[in-house]
Design a protein around this ligand. Structure first.
Ligand code: SF4
Length: 64
């Protein structure tokens, strides 16, 4: 599972962080950070898929 963000699109609104807080973090400067290690937990994987499809600007790409 590989996650990437298009930083030209991401505006730091934090929707993904709200859905998968173990993976996504938006800092005080509205910069998104993605965890280096994606947890193996299937629940987290489901959260990631939901976050990718919920991003309002479609900035996230997931390769399974
Ligand atoms: S939901 Fe999309 S735009 Fe918002 S912080 Fe996450 S990647 Fe960026």
């Amino acid at each position: 599972m590989k996650l990437t963000v298009d930083r030209t699109l991401c505006d730091g609104n934090g929707v993904c962080m709200g859905i998968a807080p173990d993976v996504f973090d938006v800092d005080d400067d509205l910069v998104l950070h993605i965890a280096d290690e994606i947890p193996g937990d299937p629940v987290v994987h489901a959260q990631i898929r939901q976050a990718v499809t919920s991003c309002p600007v479609l900035a996230l790409t997931l390769e399974e």
